[in-house]
Design a protein around this ligand. Sequence first.
Ligand SMILES: [Zn+2]
Length: 516
Amino acid sequence: MYQHKVTNTKTIVTSHKKRLALHCVHNLTRTAMTSSYEPLFKSKIVHIDLKGSPPKPTYFSELFPLLAKLGATGILIEYEDMFPYTGTSLESTPALNAYTPSMVSQINQLAKENHLEVIPLIQTFGHLEFLLKLPQHMHLREVPDQPQAICPTHNETLPLLFQLLQQVAKLHPESKRIHIGADEVYFIGRCTACQDRMNNKLWSTSDLFIDHVSAVAKFVNGKLGMRPMMWDDEFRSFTEPQLVQSGIGSLVDLVVWNYKPTLELDRDIWTKYLNVFDAIWAASAFKGATGSNQQITSVRYHVENHRAWLRLIAEYRDTPYLSKFKGIMLTGWSRYDHFAVTCELLPAAFPSLAVDLLLLQYGENHVHLADQEAVQYLGCTGSFIFQQSQDTYYPSCNFPGWEVFSVIQNYGQVMEQYAKVLNDSVVRGWLTDYNLAKQFSSPTHLSGIGTELSYLQNSFDALKRESEIAFPAVYDMNTTKEWFESHVKPMADKVSELLMGIEVLRSKNVWPRRPI
Ligand SMILES: [Zn+2]
């Protein structure tokens, strides 16, 4: 390990000097290439999703200066159960490793020092699993066995949500906006109370949705003096007259999310939003959008998503609509929902985030420039996009948490090897559950695969050691443990099981006559 550290330090120093030199050259290139480009998004907000793998607050002291250098103007901090809720009805809600009030203040202060706006996000309709999973709040579920969405009609719902919002606002005295979520409300208008209300008022589920989010938005505007923002997806099926009539267009800023390389955004929906809402934000993704247990981030995939957004907004450059676009939120999902395993870790997706932020600065056609600058800013070498292949590997970079990025790269290589070995003809023909159960296999074939499996077992052991060394710079022990148990251990156990099976199979020297 000592040798490893020395090598890395040398590389860091070298790459730092190189970066300074290259940076001067690239500043000139950048000025020449982009001097005429007026960035389409004035605000670039980076989503920090704390519902999975929440970083230690100290990590933000290294992270925020880099985000600011890369052009970010703020952070969207999604607390979920990491916020220190208090009071009789909420004190059992925070995770046991939730941030303390002083940690939240520390994050605010660090953001302020780096001129980053802080927008807290707290869900107020669907995705309230962290709240509704608990026995004390289960009576507020819209559907009794589904802890996903809250009942908007229950008389305890709005007071509880207002408490959540009030507490979050109080610990963010300088924040001017708050994001109220409201995406993916999977259950609405199902309970008797909601159905009675809908029948009495001749409402559809759309009316019920609008009524609830309007009540929340009015509270945020009126009582908290903050501007509410919300995700757009529930409005996609609404008609324009419905939206106009509700008055929602001036109550909230709409955040339209799409994470695909080719924006799958129906033009009619988009036009409807432009006609109805006073302020619109785009939401792209730099991680957490390509698989619920994804660990390796494809820089190219997410760059294409950002290019697609830039192309779309550019169409409005010379129209009055342009003033409606307030900015972009670069989402970085850590879990698909409260119950899911974690997806990509933040430091592992940093190359993607850096290229995306720089691309937003320089424009859709400057992918090479954004890539080169990102490589330099992160103290890596090569390219994140144009040399990216299975063999591309960045043994040493120099950005906050790069050691975690390094572990995840090793993980990617080990998992490729694992998939290859498990798909090997010998494993599929001579080391199946049937072979093991019947203790019937060919020693000729088993020796070779045993060597490969032992090698894999060592690789999994090494990953465990490496993660235990690298992760504490960014994460507490819970994240380190969860990452290993969910993303490594099942495969490591499978390898151990096969190795033990080989031992049993090879202890046989004579075999029974068939049928066995
Ligand atoms: Zn209900």
